[in-house]
Design a protein around this ligand. Structure first.
Ligand code: NAD
Length: 363
């Protein structure tokens, strides 16, 4: 395969699968043996990405044309729901899918989560192939097997673990991804860099928003980040310990997002703000050096990853974080670093320090 420039062998939940990375690899990927056993394949395509890449997707689908059925998914967070999934499961029956069928999801994390969830439920589980089309989906959500949909009471509450049969990260799709969406993925790549994939930090440091999209650069970043996450999941698929390090920056980030009711701030912007809070708190606690804190802060600035929220009610966010955690039966614990690349779970930040740093960095 000429265009597959990176090829990662991943294992999770006792089964092995491949992550293919490269620009323009979709058709080649659909010709692979992984798809040959399936008599019928439902292809769930995000409407936006299909609209932008129609001819390219259709050309790739030609190789499975006789046995695939394309289903469009208006990929909003509202539609990533339990109720909507029920409708798709009924469509699967209508289209003649059975236990020898598979589902392919083409889109961002919303499509991937939705597709994985439907595949995990249909006839007690049929194979899923992910074709992530956002950077976040390539470096994060398509890897790891978590697939959840939203209930009216909260996000990602109804879920399954469904490891993919194959992941096809075709970076050609990123050509149409808006910068804001790209930043969401860069934040996750930065997070991987901080918790144990140092080469990622070097790539971010050696590039800028202008150069990071270059094919060779982005392919390398996706490969390193995806491979790092796959390695963590291989050791701890169900998050009984190690996998929790992937939540670095997310406790504060989620609290900001949910306090703001998911309006006026992006997921990546909130997580990057959470990383900034953590770095500064860890610097003051003597866990990371001044130099490392400055280096990470300037990366966040260079790519414009973190969003400030003037007037944000810090006490409100902190109460929210505590309330959220207690709901899940625990104290407010964080992933902290004992030096770059050395994460530790279940750590505390003194309450006064947390409030001080949040006030200084978030508003
Ligand atoms: N399962 C997991 O482990 C995991 C991890 C992180 C996030 N998630 C989930 O992922 C979702 C977020 O994913 P996301 O950041 O990819 O957002 P998304 O799926 O909402 O995509 C963002 C936007 O980009 C559009 N888009 C997708 N590909 C495009 C392309 N190539 N060109 C132009 N536009 C494109 C989409 O239509 C959408 O409007 C959330 O629902 C989150 O809960 C899951």
């Amino acid at each position: 395969m000429a265009n597959v420039t990176r090829h990662i062998n991943a294992t999770a939940g006792g089964s092995a699968y491949e992550i293919l990375i490269g620009g323009g690899i979709l058709r080649e990927a659909f010709l692979r043996k992984e798809l040959s056993p399936f008599e019928r394949i439902a292809v769930i395509a995000g409407s936006r990405v299909y609209e932008l890449h129609r001819a390219y997707i259709e050309e790739a689908l030609d190789v499975i044309r006789g046995r695939c059925r394309l289903i469009f998914f208006d990929d909003s967070e509202e539609n990533k729901s339990y109720a909507y999934a029920g409708r798709f499961l009924e469509k699967f029956i209508e289209y003649g899918l059975n236990r020898k069928s598979a589902v392919i999801g083409i889109g961002g994390g919303v499509v991937g989560d939705f597709t994985g969830y439907c595949a995990g439920l249909f006839m007690r589980g049929i194979p899923v192939i992910h074709v992530p089309t956002t950077l976040l989906a390539m470096v994060d959500s398509s890897i790891g097997g978590k697939a959840a949909v939203n209930l009216s009471v909260g996000k990602n509450i109804a879920g399954v673990f469904r490891q993919p049969r194959m992941v096809v990260s075709d970076t050609l799709f990123l050509g149409t991804l808006p910068d804001g969406e790209l930043r969401n993925g860069l934040t996750e790549a930065l997070k991987h860099g901080l918790i144990g994939e140092p080469t990622t930090l070097g790539i971010l440091q050696g590039n800028s928003m202008e150069t990071i999209r270059r094919e060779e650069v982005i392919n390398r970043l996706v490969a390193l980040s995806a491979s790092f996450k796959a390695g963590i999941v291989e050791k701890d698929e169900r998050e009984s310990g190690l996998r929790a390090i992937l939540n670095f920056g997310h406790t504060v980030g989620h609290a900001i997002e949910s306090f703001m009711e998911y309006r006026g701030i992006s997921h990546g912007g909130a997580v990057a703000a959470g990383i900034r809070v953590k770095m500064e708190a860890m610097r003051r606690m003597g866990l990371v050096s001044d130099g490392d804190a400055v280096r990470v802060g300037s990366l966040i600035d260079r790519y414009g990853l973190a969003e400030r929220t003037p007037g944000l009610d810090i006490d409100g966010v902190i109460d929210h974080m505590a309330y959220d955690k207690k709901n899940f039966g625990g104290a407010v614990n964080f992933v902290l670093l004992d030096g770059l690349g050395k994460p530790k779970i279940n750590q505390q930040i003194p309450a006064d320090l947390l409030k001080e740093v949040m006030s200084e960095t978030l508003t």
